[in-house]
Design a protein around this ligand. Structure first.
Ligand code: KG4
Ligand code: ZN
Length: 323
């Protein structure tokens, strides 16, 4: 079954065609119109999705070497995400479903990230510990089986990517800040000890305050590379600590989402005693392949969606503690 996945939850417009665990074709367009604003502007994002969805789909089909009529089903992100952006993707999917007469499967964006390692690692399977780290999400799940996820920790304030982006913005380094800090911190000594957060969840607001206070103390001549490296390390160590606290009985860990592209995070997590699965960069950021793959799993179980689906901007995967 060739499943088309459509992803428009934030600032990536993506379409991909997946058959089983194989990506036949994929196109991901990261909108660059937001960089001058130092963050994603929702209205610009939805308009850009509207403009680029057709060429993005055409590129993905071309790469797959198929035509639109070869598609057997369509999966689309229903949420969480920006309401307007989700709306554009969902309506695009509905139009195609109506024209092609194929099933529609709406999927949760966080769940799609969680299953993304299946697309690259043949030996990857449930159950596993899944850390979702991106610009919009920071949460740790125990993924027992398809559709059964126990939320172990979530951020009480900012997401990890958001805090990296905000700190880079504060230092006037550019947007998105995560990859900029990653490059700057490579091989650079960490000279500042940022406070550890003691909470059952993730929290980055205290780190942000410590960041600003440390900057003030250094007024005049801050060693910027070392400062950035120390701050990035504090964010990564918080992620690592929470994973280490939840390792009992766990044999596999998946680290997914945009921040999982970070080179220092990859280095640090690789030292864990259990097997760690981190997809390659293209599958860490928002992409249509993870949406198509998750859709194909639900399709196999006969779980398709009604035509009246609507965006679920806050669509949580599961309430804390539940499966
Ligand atoms: O998954 P994603 O594309 O979109 C969301 O769902 O948020 O993640 C985007 C986030 C941004 O905060 C960006 O700064 C961060 O991922 N990011 C990185 C790196 N590449 C992207 N953070 C740290 N190091 C990187 N190399
Ligand atoms: Zn995402």
């Amino acid at each position: 079954m060739k499943v088309l996945g459509i992803e428009t939850s934030c600032d990536e417009t993506s379409c991909a065609i997946v058959e089983g665990r194989k990506i036949l074709g994929m196109c991901v367009l990261t909108q660059d119109a937001h960089s001058v604003f130092g963050g994603v502007v929702p209205e610009i994002a939805s308009r850009a999705h509207l403009k680029t969805l057709v060429p993005v789909l055409e590129r993905a089909l071309k790469e797959a070497g198929i035509g639109i009529s070869d598609i057997d089903a369509i999966a689309v992100t229903e949420g969480p995400g920006l309401p307007g952006s989700l709306f554009v993707g969902i309506n695009f999917a509905k139009g195609l479903v109506q024209a092609l007469g194929v099933p529609l499967i709406s999927v949760n964006h966080v769940e799609a990230h969680l299953v993304s390692p299946f697309l690259e690692f043949e030996d990857f399977d449930f159950p596993y510990l899944g850390l979702v780290v991106s610009g919009g999400h920071t949460s740790l799940y125990f993924a027992e089986s398809l559709g059964r996820y126990k939320l172990l920790a979530r951020t009480l304030d900012d997401a990890a990517g958001e805090v990296l982006d905000k700190s880079a913005k504060f230092l006037r380094l550019g947007y998105p800040g995560g990859p900029i800090l990653d490059r700057m911190a490579k091989g650079v000594e960490q000279i500042i000890k940022f406070p550890k957060v003691s909470s059952n969840d993730f929290s980055f607001s205290g780190l942000k305050t410590a960041f600003i206070n440390a900057l003030r103390r250094w007024a005049g001549g801050i060693p910027i590379y070392e400062f950035v490296s120390s701050f990035q390390e504090a964010v990564i160590q918080q992620l690592l600590r929470k994973v280490e606290e939840n390792l009992e009985g766990v044999s596999k860990i998946a680290v997914v989402g945009g921040v999982a592209r970070n080179s220092r995070l990859r280095e640090v997590f690789a030292k864990l005693k259990v097997k760690v699965y981190i997809p390659s960069g293209a599958l860490c950021i928002d992409n249509g392949a993870m949406v198509a793959f998750l859709g194909s799993l639900y399709l196999e179980m006969g779980m398709t969606s009604h035509f009246d689906i609507e965006p679920k901007p806050t669509g949580l995967l599961k309430a804390k503690g539940g499966i």
